[in-house]
Design a binder for this molecule. Sequence first.
Ligand code: HEM
Ligand code: HEM
Length: 201
Amino acid sequence: MASQPPPARRWDPVVRLTHWSIAIAVLANALLTEEGSAPHIWVGYALAAIFGLRLFWGVIGPAEARFTAFWPSPRKALAHLRDIRSKTVIRHQSHNPLGAFMVYAIWTCLLTIIATGMVMAGPPPWDAAEGEGEHPAAYAASGSEDEAEEEGGEEEEEGVLAEVHETAANLLYILILLHLAGVIFETRRSGRQVLVAMSPL
Ligand code: HEM
Ligand code: HEM
């Protein structure tokens, strides 16, 4: 067991900036914007851009920010659980092996939310998508029976996308709670100021 807390470290500015921007965008769309409204979609596209930057950084960024530094590994995660049980503190350069699984789980939810959201939103302008259940498809004038059938199909498809979008969002909320519990647990267990390392300033 480490007798002294290891020296403080800091994530690079891109990781810190993208982390807090993603957190703000998720909270804004979860709590502030109206589901499917133009602001919701704008925030959604901003989230997609920031997330894209973080993924790009995972390839070209500094060593500890790269995917290769925190590849999900069940073997390492089990070893980490053993360390927790035996109260052994190992200094990980990047996310710890359990944290790595959490990062990829959050990212998978974000990808699902962004992909389904973008398909539902379609190209701008987005004002037509405002309000619940008012899909852009519902605005098309229904001429023939064929068109009406086509529209019915589109609406059904949008219904499935909305279900997936909402389920992924709900899953993300659960992961965020577990993420916060993990941050508190790791800080208390290891004595490392993991939050200071991610501080926005
Ligand atoms: C993490 C951020 C996000 C959260 C928490 C979130 C949450 C939600 C929720 C709960 C709904 C209601 C789903 C339903 O009708 O059953 C919704 C709808 C919608 N979201 Fe998101 N969303 C997010 C990101 C996005 C993104 C990135 C886009 C697109 C770029 C987007 C576009 C839409 C659209 C178009 C709808 C309307 C669906 C419908 O017509 O029913 N959202 N969102
Ligand atoms: C609300 C939405 C949030 C989301 C979606 C989120 C997501 C993430 C993700 C994806 C990472 C990995 C960072 C990367 O490598 O780019 C991360 C790391 C981190 N987050 Fe969050 N986070 C959220 C909120 C918070 C909050 C409120 C706190 C502080 C109380 C926090 C503290 C941290 C810390 C300290 C790390 C670094 C963990 C480590 O050293 O391994 N997060 N978060």
